[in-house]
Every structure is written in C-alpha cells, then in structure tokens.
Design a protein around this ligand. Sequence first.
Ligand code: GTP
Ligand code: MG
Length: 182
Amino acid sequence: MSGNPKKEHLFKVLVIGDLGVGKTSFIKRYVHQFFSVHYRATIGVDFALKVINWDEDTLIRLQLWDIAGQERFGNMTRVYYKEAVAAMIVFDCTRQSTFDAILTWKNDLDSKVLLPNGEPVPCLLLSNKCDEPKDGNLSNPSFLDSFCKQEGFIGWFDTSAKHNINVSESATFLVKHILETT
Ligand code: GTP
Ligand code: MG
C-alpha cells in the first residue's frame, strides 16, 4: 500500500479584460512558456490547463478560460462565467482606456456569477506589458493599491508576458487565495 492519495482540485479561473491587453499571451507564457509579438484576436473563448504540483499532498488543475476582449460587447459571458472560482482582470498599462474598462468587466462578472457561498468571485488585477512605458497614473503603485482596496480586488501585479515577469507569481498568488478561502 502507498501513502495517502493526493488531494486533487480543479479550479476554473477566468481571464478577462479588453481587446489586446495580453490575456492570451499571459496564458501562453504561463502554460506553454511561449510568447509571440503577433496579435490574433481570440474569438469567443479559448481554454488552457495548467497542472500544478502544489505540494507533496496536493495537485491542482487550473482551468484557464481565455475570454475574448470583444465579448464585452457580446452576450455570452454569463455562460462562460458559470462556476468560476476566481478571475484575473487584465489591462494594458500603456493604454489608459483598457484600465478604464476594468470596472465594466468587474461589474459584468459580479452581476453574473457568485461563489456557492454567495460571495463575489475573487479577482486579481494584472497590469500587463510592464516592459513598456506606462500611461499616466498607471505607473503609480499607491494609486493601484487604493483602487484595489476600494473596488474589492484581492491585489494587483505588474506583469509582462513578453519578458516573463510575475506570470507564475501572480497565478500562484491567486491559487493560494483560492485554497485559503475554499
Ligand atoms: P483579445 O484576444 O483580442 O481579447 O486580446 P488578448 O488580450 O488575448 O491579447 P494578446 O495576448 O493577443 O496580445 C495582444 C498583443 O499584445 C500581441 O501583439 C502581443 O504580442 C502583445 N503583448 C502581450 N503581452 C505583452 C507584454 O507583456 N509586453 C508587450 N510589450 N507586448 C505584449
Ligand atoms: Mg486573446
């Protein structure tokens, strides 16, 4: 007989945010260690699975739902959001307009899905393309700190899918939060 069987978790995590902010690039970097400068807009939704050997006793399957930015104007998000346990909302720190859309995404999320206990789904904010010069306020960490506190995000990270900055760190932060709260 072997020791205790591993605990296994399947977590559905949404990755949302405006067109071209780097959602697909973030996921490709995280799951496939790959980056491309070429932009091909996601149509509808894409999926990726990251298997994490969290510790000796725990295996996590992170099911990442890569939702097209153009879905903000569509009517499918309610279907895509179903049974998600967490979300990453991504903006492009070189384009203020993508930050301005964050709350529209969060309101869409909170109005369409809740955790089984009735709480909103935990959301992590990602300021992607941090390898590039930032737009206005978006270079101010204390501005983002207070924005997160005020709007109910669990935190934020500067990320770069291009240079592989904080990609696995931010995902690990989110998983840790999920494990501690479920
Ligand atoms: P939609 O599928 O339309 O919603 O877009 P998306 O959010 O999936 O964006 P995508 O990952 O396709 O990236 C859009 C463009 O930004 C591509 O040309 C990427 O190469 C570029 N890009 C993504 N991440 C980064 C980054 O961290 N730094 C830089 N400099 N460019 C990035
Ligand atoms: Mg995409």
